[in-house]
Ligand binder design. Sequence first.
Ligand SMILES: Nc1ncnc2c1ncn2[C@@H]1O[C@H](COP(=O)(O)OP(=O)(O)OP(=O)(O)O)[C@@H](O)[C@H]1O
Ligand SMILES: [Mg+2]
Length: 250
Amino acid sequence: MSDSVVEIENLWFSYGAEPVLEGVSLTVTRGEILGLIGPNGSGKTTLLKVILGLLTPQRGTIRLFGQELRRFRERARVGYVRQRSWDFERNFPASVEELVRLGRVPRLRWGLWSRADTAAVERAMRAVHIEELRARPISELSGGQQQRVFLARVLSQEPELLLLDEPTAAIDPAVEAEFYELLAQLNREQGLTILLVSHDIEAIVKQVTKIACLNRKLLFCGTPQECLASDLLERVYAGRKLVQHQHPWG
Ligand SMILES: Nc1ncnc2c1ncn2[C@@H]1O[C@H](COP(=O)(O)OP(=O)(O)OP(=O)(O)O)[C@@H](O)[C@H]1O
Ligand SMILES: [Mg+2]
């Protein structure tokens, strides 16, 4: 059995005339935590949407768990937290617990709730510390609290591949640190494979096993150490990130 969870070969995608992804090839293997970086508008979210089958590429092949994407039906194995979920779903008419339970629905057998399903929902809420918010309407929570609810929702699904698009953008540093610890634990103990988009390069180089840098084309794919040793970040961000944080890699 192949060990690759995501296999992308020579992928081309455009919304209009201009390509947004040009000849991207990338493999994510089981148990990897891949950090996807790149400037605004470089195609990161687009790439995730293509992997999820939400957008159809003009050229290229994608395999998930060894199966061609067109034939892939085991959606419950892939979890996704979209960028700025809290912007799009803040008025979702449900309580915290109801929303987290929705994440579990793809895993139900014959549409019935078992004890294991309820336990997965409870574990997910505990993992991001939202048990005490369970009865509150989503719309009444702060942005960061909402983001934790969306994370709990995807965790309750118990995916094998988790796609996260800037998952910590609205949460405070303490929760962020715990969140990365949680990802590392799920990765260690359950072999969860993670593809994580982030602009917080400083944080993710410590969290990931591999870094990929996208700017329409895939500019780099290697270990965090190789990434830091190269001039990639200077080239791609034209020094901006380096100015922002004084001693980012020191
Ligand atoms: N629905 C759409 N229709 C047309 N163009 C789009 C659409 N979504 C994105 N684009 C364009 O595609 C390019 C890549 O966008 P994408 O959202 O994938 O970038 P990104 O790397 O996720 O950026 P960010 O870091 O800002 O989230 C951008 O030039 C964007 O304007
Ligand atoms: Mg994006």
